[in-house]
Design a protein around this ligand. Structure first.
Ligand code: F6R
Length: 366
């Protein structure tokens, strides 16, 4: 049942190239330059003309929502707000009929996310679900939706659900961008072609496994760990930290790299591993200067870099390479080494990675 892997989590990490293909199969026709998503097509005007897109979710799905915020705003130029479902539902939120609310949920059963959707519907918003479990409560409660088709996720720590959620939301953003004319036809085609290369690039990122395990062995006894990223990769930093907390019980925090100097920098010393996502383009130069700030305070730097990077290699204690891709698609690649790093640390510490203490796969109580 674990397909030869020691844990479900490891199996599911390795399934990501296939899971992502399953997510876009039949929806993305790169040769024809077409994206077909029934839930979006049938409501295209409504969604493309949204005054605002509200995303509600919890945990890892909330992180996927944050990545989607950057992608929707960059490509489709529609204002997006991302909310913790549990906060949104209890603060008398301002919702209008012109809003589209997207609920992201692997299980489709999360109580707070479900309640947020019900509330937004009552106020006249159009509700769209991004769920993995077919026929789940949230998928039934929404007006339309798109399944992630990641296959069953058994490990409590979410992995392939996260990357397939980002995939679905990217397709949706591209479709809306095309509809609203906010990206050129050439750009649209470039994205589709690059999406098709993502599974192979994830395969390549997965090959870093042994090297990552070696790094895990060096840092497994850390008490704290900081994760930094900017732009599209800021939410990936949050997700990396959550993965480490959940399964290894090491305290970790994710931060936007530039916010470090407003507080967390005080924590940095030779005992503090800092995982920095420093892929090319985007805010590369700025992240490099953040790395210099950490180094001058003797923090240990584990950097996720673009293949062939030299500059960060000279500064960091360890570098983990991922293939190059279009900047908005980098989260699909930078997430992979962070999943593997947490996995290996937890295994080396003898923790139960598939069933971490105190956690349930689906949180049906608020
Ligand atoms: C993290 C994790 C949780 C879930 C959260 C939402 O690895 O599994 O944070 O992401 O409970 O669950 P869903 O997506 O089922 O609504």
């Amino acid at each position: 049942e674990k397909g030869g892997y020691e844990h479900f989590m490891l199996k599911e990490i390795h399934e990501q190239p296939t899971a992502i293909k399953d997510t876009y199969r039949g929806r993305m026709l790169a040769d024809e330059g077409l994206i077909r998503m029934a839930g979006v097509d049938d409501n295209l005007e409504r969604i493309a003309n949204a005054k605002r897109i509200l995303i509600v979710a919890c945990g890892t799905s909330w992180h996927a929502g944050l990545v989607a915020e950057y992608i929707f705003e960059e490509l489709a130029r529609i204002p997006v707000e991302v909310e913790y479902a549990s906060e949104f539902r209890y603060r008398n939120p301002i919702i209008s009929e012109k809003d589209v609310i997207i609920a992201i949920s692997q299980s489709g059963e999360t109580a707070d996310t479900m309640a947020a959707i019900k509330l937004a519907k009552e106020k006249g918003a159009f509700a769209f679900g991004v769920c993995n479990v077919v026929g789940s409560s949230i998928s039934r409660e929404t007006h339309a939706g798109a399944y992630t088709h990641a296959g069953p996720e058994i490990g409590v720590a979410s992995t392939k659900a996260f990357t397939t959620q980002i995939t679905v939301l990217t397709l949706m953003a591209l479709k809306l961008a095309k509809q609203n004319g906010t990206i050129s036809h050439t750009e649209f085609m470039t994205y589709l072609q690059e999406m098709e290369r993502i599974p192979a690039k994830i395969e390549k990122a997965l090959k870093g496994d042994e090297h990552i395990k070696m790094i895990a062995d060096i840092y497994k006894d850390a008490r704290n760990c900081l994760y930094l990223g900017r732009g599209f990769n800021f939410p990936v930093a949050l997700e990396g930290a959550l993965k480490l907390k959940e399964i290894s019980y090491i305290h970790a925090e994710g931060y936007p790299a530039a916010e470090m100097k407003h507080g967390p920098i005080a924590l940095i010393d030779e005992e503090m591993p800092v995982v920095v996502i420093a892929t090319k383009r985007g805010h590369y130069e700025k992240v490099v200067s953040n790395i210099q700030e950490i180094k001058s305070r003797k923090g240990k730097i584990i950097a996720i870099v673009t293949e062939g990077d030299e500059e960060v290699r000279d500064l960091a204690d360890h570098v983990i390479e991922v293939p190059e891709t279009l900047e908005p698609l980098t989260p699909l690649l930078t997430t992979i080494p962070l999943q593997l790093l947490s996995y290996h640390i937890a295994v080396l510490l003898g923790k139960n990675v598939d069933q971490p203490r105190n956690l349930a796969k689906s949180v049906t109580v608020e």
